[in-house]
Design a protein. Structure first.
Length: 562
RNA sequence: GCGCCUGUAGCUCAGGGGAUAGAGCAACGGACUUCUAAUCCGUGGGCCGCAGGUUCGAUUCCUGCCAGGCGCGCCA
C-alpha cells in the first residue's frame, strides 16, 4: 500500500511542479508541497485515496479550490496515472479522489499473505531505541485497576512501536528504597507481633490491608523460628525484606497472568548502590542547578519550566523521590535510549514538570521524555459504578478483576478508550459471551475464518488449489470493503504507535471484524463456482492473518474455534 | 485559588481545520434448507456544554465562562 501511496504522491507533486513551471500556479505553492496529505477517505465512495490539497493551496495560489483541483487532475491525466489509479475525480469543495484499479486489490491480498505474521510491520522507526516505563507500582501492596490499565496500554504501545520499526523496551521501576518500604516493614512487624499475642501499636500511616496479615502469617510459617531468635531491629528488617519480596513476586505473577512481561524490573535500591544518585546531586550542585534552603537541597526546577523548585535532599539528609527518579531517567538515557515514555496514573501528573525540568537542565532536547497520563477507571456492574473505598476495605485489585473477567477481555477493555479519557469498564459486558462484547466479536471473526478452512478441508479442497488463486474476480462491495480495510492495517499500526494511541488499533480491530462478518453474510465462500471459491478462500486467508496480527498486537488470543 | 483531564445520539464512546458529524448498545422492523444466527441488513434518534475570536471554512484551533473527575508534600 505504501508504494501505491508513494506513486500517487510523486504524481501529484510532479503535476504541481509542471503547473508552476508553466505559470498556471504561482511559485509560492511549492513551499507547501511537504504538507501534501493523502488520506484514506472514511466514505468508500470517495475512492481509495483522497487529498484536500487543492483546498489548502487555495489561499496561497489565490484561486478557487475546485479550479486548482481540476488543473492538477488534468496535468496528472496528461502524464498518465500510475498503474494503480483508474481515475481521479474532483468532489465536494475541491477534494481530489483517487479510485484504484483492481490491481491494488490483487496485490493487497498477495502482500498480506506473503508477509504473513509480518504484515502490518514497517521499518519506519529505523531501530530508534525507546524505553517505555509503566505500572511501576510501589511494592507495598497488590496492583490496582489503574495499574491494570497501565499494563495493557503500556504493553500494547511497546508492541505497536516494535511493529513500526522502533526498538522499544518495557521497564518496571521498583521503588524498593524509599520510606514506604520501611512503613511496609513496620506494618508487617506490627501484624507479626499481633500474631504472637504481643500488644504492639500499629503504625499511624501503616498499610491496613488484609494482605499485610497474610504476609506476617506466611513469614511466621516459614521463618518463625529464625525470627524469634532475632532482636527486634533484625526482625523488623527481616520482615521488611520478606514482605518486599513477597509483594514483588505477587505483582510479577499478576502481570504474568495478564501476559505482560517486562524486559526489565529496575531496582531503585540497586541504582542507589551504584552511587548514581550522589553523583547526580553533586554534579547538579557543581553546575549551579541547586541551592540550600532550610537545611534542604533544592533543585531550581522552576528555571526549567516546573511550577516551583523541588527538594532533592531533605533536611534529614535523605533523598526525596525526585533525586533517585531523576537519576533513573538519566540512567535510561545513558543506556542508549533516545526517547523515553512514562505512563502514569492521573494522580502523578504533577510529576512530569519535575522530570522534564531535570532532563532539560541536563541538556536533553525537548521531547526526549514523553509522559502519558492515564485517566481513572470506573468499574460498572449492573449499570452502576462499583464503589471502592480503601478505608472500608472494599477494594478491587487487578487479581480480583482477572478472576472475574477473562484476560483477553480485560486487555481489550483497558485499551479501547483514549488514554486521556476516563474509562467506564463494564464488568457484565466484559464477561458476556455475546455479540455485544467487542472482544468476543473480534475473536469470533477469526474463529469463523478458521472454521471456513476446516469446512474446505472436509470437502476435500486442498490448500494448493487456492493458494495461487486469481483473486481479480472479487468484485462484491463487501469483498472490496474488507480488502480496503486490510490494506490500511500497516498505516493504522504506525499511526497508533506515533500517536501513542492503542485505542486506535482496538477500534480498527472492531471495524475489521465487522467488515468480515458482513462479507461472511453476503458472500458464500465455498460454492460450486470453483474459481470464486478459490479466490474467496485466499481472501479469507488474508483476513485471518490480519485479524490474528491485530489481536496479537493487543495481547489478545486468536482462538481457532469458539 | 492553581494545574491536568473530560463535556458529541437515551447510554458508552470515535472523529481533532474541510465532503451529508460516525460506531456499538438500547428501541423498532427484517434475514437461517447454506462455511458457526455467538452473525447480518434496515429505521428512527444530534444548538458536537455555553459565549466570543482566528479562518474562505470551526464539532475540531485560541480566549473566557459553566459542569464533572483527579491532583496541588522536605510522600511516591
Amino acid at each position: 500500500m505504501e508504494h501505491i501511496r508513494g506513486s500517487i504522491m510523486r504524481s501529484l507533486e510532479g503535476a504541481i511542479r509542471k503547473l508552476v513551471d508553466s505559470n498556471r500556479l504561482c511559485a509560492d505553492v511549492l513551499d507547501h508541497l511537504s504538507s501534501i496529505a493523502l488520506e484514506v477517505p472514511k466514505d468508500a465512495r470517495h475512492g481509495e485515496f483522497a487529498t484536500p490539497m487543492a483546498l489548502s493551496l487555495a489561499g496561497v495560489a489565490r484561486k478557487a479550490p475546485r479550479e486548482i483541483a481540476s488543473l492538477i487532475v488534468e496535468e496528472m491525466e496528461q502524464e498518465g496515472f500510475s498503474s494503480y489509479v483508474e481515475r481521479a475525480e474532483i468532489a465536494g469543495p475541491g477534494f481530489i479522489n483517487f479510485h484504484l484499479s483492481s490491481k491494488w486489490l490483487v496485490d493487497t491480498i498477495g502482500l498480506v499473505r506473503s508477509r504473513d505474521e509480518k504484515y502490518g510491520c514497517s521499518d519506519y522507526g529505523r531501530g530508534e531505541r525507546i524505553l517505555v516505563e509503566f505500572v511501576s507500582a510501589n511494592p507495598v501492596g497488590p496492583l490496582n485497576i489503574v495499574n491494570a490499565r497501565a499494563a495493557a496500554v503500556g504493553d500494547t504501545l511497546v508492541r505497536l512501536l516494535n511493529a513500526s520499526g522502533y526498538s522499544a523496551a518495557s521497564e518496571f521501576y521498583v521503588n524498593d528504597a524509599g520510606r514506604q518500604v520501611s512503613v511496609l516493614g513496620e506494618s508487617v512487624y506490627a501484624r507479626y507481633m499481633e500474631l504472637e499475642g504481643v500488644d504492639y501499636p500499629f503504625p499511624e500511616d501503616g498499610y491496613r490491608g488484609e494482605y499485610v496479615k497474610d504476609v506476617a502469617r506466611k513469614a511466621m510459617e516459614e521463618h518463625g523460628d529464625r525470627i524469634s531468635a532475632m532482636d527486634s531491629d533484625d526482625a523488623r528488617h527481616f520482615l521488611q525484606e520478606f514482605a518486599l519480596n513477597y509483594i514483588l513476586d505477587w505483582q510479577r505473577r499478576s502481570l504474568e497472568a495478564y501476559e505482560v512481561r517486562f524486559d526489565r524490573w529496575f531496582s531503585e535500591r540497586k541504582l542507589r548502590q551504584t552511587g548514581a544518585v550522589e553523583d547526580m546531586v553533586r554534579e547538579m550542585a557543581e553546575a549551579g542547578y541547586t541551592y540550600e534552603k532550610d537545611g534542604a537541597v533544592w533543585f531550581r526546577s522552576s528555571d526549567y519550566g516546573d511550577d516551583k523548585d523541588r527538594v532533592l535532599v531533605k533536611s534529614d539528609g535523605l533523598y526525596t523521590y525526585v533525586a533517585p527518579d531523576l537519576a533513573y531517567h538519566r540512567d535510561k538515557l545513558a543506556r542508549g535510549f533516545t526517547k523515553l515514555i512514562d505512563i502514569l496514573g492521573p494522580d502523578h501528573h504533577g510529576y512530569e514538570g519535575r522530570m522534564q525540568a531535570g532532563l532539560k537542565a541536563f541538556g536533553h532536547p525537548d521531547g526526549t521524555l514523553e509522559v502519558l497520563i492515564l485517566q481513572l477507571v470506573t468499574l460498572m456492574r449492573d449499570g452502576q459504578p462499583v464503589k471502592m473505598s480503601k478505608r472500608a476495605g472494599e477494594f478491587i485489585t487487578m487479581d480480583d478483576l482477572l478472576e472475574e473477567v477473562p484476560k483477553d477481555a480485560a486487555r481489550y477493555f483497558f485499551i479501547m478508550r483514549n488514554t486521556s479519557s476516563h474509562l467506564d469498564f463494564d464488568l457484565d459486558l466484559a464477561k458476556a459471551q455475546t455479540t455485544d462484547n467487542p472482544v468476543w466479536y473480534i475473536q469470533y471473526a477469526h474463529a469463523r475464518c478458521c472454521s471456513i478452512f476446516r469446512q474446505a478441508e472436509a470437502e476435500g479442497i486442498q490448500p494448493t488449489e487456492w493458494e495461487q488463486a486469481d483473486v481479480s474476480c472479487l468484485v462484491h462491495p463487501s469483498e472490496i470493503d474488507l480488502v480496503r480495510k486490510m490494506a490500511s492495517f500497516p498505516d493504522e499500526v504506525l499511526t497508533a504507535a506515533l500517536e501513542r494511541a492503542p485505542s486506535r488499533i482496538a477500534k480498527y480491530a472492531l471495524e475489521l471484524a465487522g467488515l468480515f462478518h458482513s462479507f461472511y453474510t453476503d458472500c458464500r465462500v465455498i460454492s460450486d463456482d470453483e474459481a470464486q471459491t478459490r479466490a474467496r478462500l485466499a481472501l479469507v486467508d488474508a483476513a485471518r492473518i490480519v485479524l490474528r496480527n491485530v489481536l496479537g498486537i493487543m495481547g489478545v488470543s486468536a482462538p481457532e474455534r469458539m
